[in-house]
Design a protein around this ligand. Structure first.
Ligand SMILES: [Zn+2]
Ligand SMILES: [Zn+2]
Length: 103
């Protein structure tokens, strides 16, 4: 049995929250999945739960940012491919016109 540190109620070891006051009784390490009765740092691998959560959030954010920049550069490539015949045709027209005017 796990005793609630807040209200002293006995809870089964498998309970994640106190059945009486809903205090968190089991914390699962986000890195190694080790379950323990207190938050803060992991007893098994020493990971700081709060820092780890922040790090994951930062990683996700930078990944999203990378994805966005990749999408915009992809869009630029499409734009350039679409503009290429236009600019190429335009310079050809300029070339032909300069030939016709005898320059
Ligand atoms: Zn409790
Ligand atoms: Zn851990």
């Amino acid at each position: 049995m796990a005793t609630c540190p807040k209200c002293g109620r006995e809870n089964p070891d498998t309970a994640q929250f106190c059945s009486h006051c809903h205090m968190t009784l089991r914390f699962t390490c986000p890195a190694c999945r080790h379950a323990q009765t207190h938050g803060g740092t992991c007893d098994q691998c020493g990971v700081d739960f709060t820092k780890y959560a922040l790090m994951m959030e930062f990683q996700l954010e930078s990944e999203l940012r990378r994805g966005r920049s990749r999408a915009s550069s992809h869009r630029n490539a499409i734009q350039q491919a679409l503009l290429l015949p236009v600019t190429g045709g335009f310079s050809l027209l300029k070339y032909l016109r300069s030939r016709m005017s005898g320059e």
